[in-house]
Design a binder for this molecule. Structure first.
Ligand code: G3P
Ligand code: MG
Length: 230
């Protein structure tokens, strides 16, 4: 059974270091996180890397699409998924691996991500949690590697959330904490799912969400939320 922590550092500790970098993962650990959330997508040559946006522009200042860039041509600060996993091994960090495919690569990205996890995820670390906004990615992950626990990632929950979660045999629901209602939280917990929220950086808001039954808070500022919840 998946053991989720109460706090997960979003893209590492995005409030304090450049998001989705090794520096950010170290910062998250330093600030009390025991897990981090990262976004995984594929380069032009099919290498899984840690990057949120389809383009390198916002975070790296390079006006180029990830899907059109070979791994060898990436800026040095962009970690491969393998380098990120090695960093987690060194730091003792667990991970929520968000599969964040470039358009049209939903299944392929999931398959490469789980193949990498099978090969490289350290047995000494807690088992990872996969999540994605793309149900096609979660389906592909389930088919290729059912052993990795999955969570549906849904920004604003609709009445079909249970159907979507069941369709990919998810164990969890990850949702936008600012849009979650108490009624919906109760419904999800009663149905037996783990409930996580993003991206909450205020301690009082985190406490209120925990009071609604939220088990895990994904945050840019792990020190703030650890101080509030732990
Ligand atoms: O996985 C939680 C959160 O990261 C989802 O949204 O856009 O920050 O990847 P985003
Ligand atoms: Mg994410």
């Amino acid at each position: 059974m998946l053991q989720l922590p109460k706090v997960i550092g979003h893209r590492g500790a995005a409030a304090y270091a450049p998001e989705n970098t090794l520096e950010s993962f170290r910062e998250a650990r330093y600030r009390g996180a025991t897990w981090v959330e990262i976004d995984v997508k594929l380069t032009a040559d099919g290498v899984p890397i840690v990057m949120h946006d389809p383009s390198l522009e916002r975070t790296m200042g390079v006006d180029r699409l990830v899907a059109e860039t070979r791994a060898a041509d990436l800026p040095k600060a962009v970690p491969t998924f393998e380098a990120a996993i090695d960093c987690f091994r060194e730091l003792g960090l667990g991970c929520n691996v968000e599969i964040k495919p470039c358009e049209g690569r939903e299944a392929e990205t999931a398959r490469v991500a789980v193949e990498t996890l099978r090969r490289r995820w350290p047995a000494a670390l807690p088992a990872p949690l996969l999540s994605s906004f793309k149900d096609a990615s979660l389906r592909a992950a389930r088919d290729a590697a059912p052993e990795f626990a999955r969570a549906v990632l849904i920004d604003a929950l609709e009445d079909d959330w249970g159907k979507r979660a069941a369709a990919v045999a998810a164990v969890g629901v990850n949702t936008n904490g600012k849009k979650l209602t108490a009624l919906r939280a109760v419904e999800i917990r009663k149905a037996g799912y783990l409930l996580s929220v993003y991206t909450i950086n205020d301690g009082d808001v985190a406490k209120a969400l925990a009071g609604m039954g939220v088990q895990c808070v994904i945050t840019d500022a792990p020190d703030v939320i650890v101080a509030a919840l732990i």
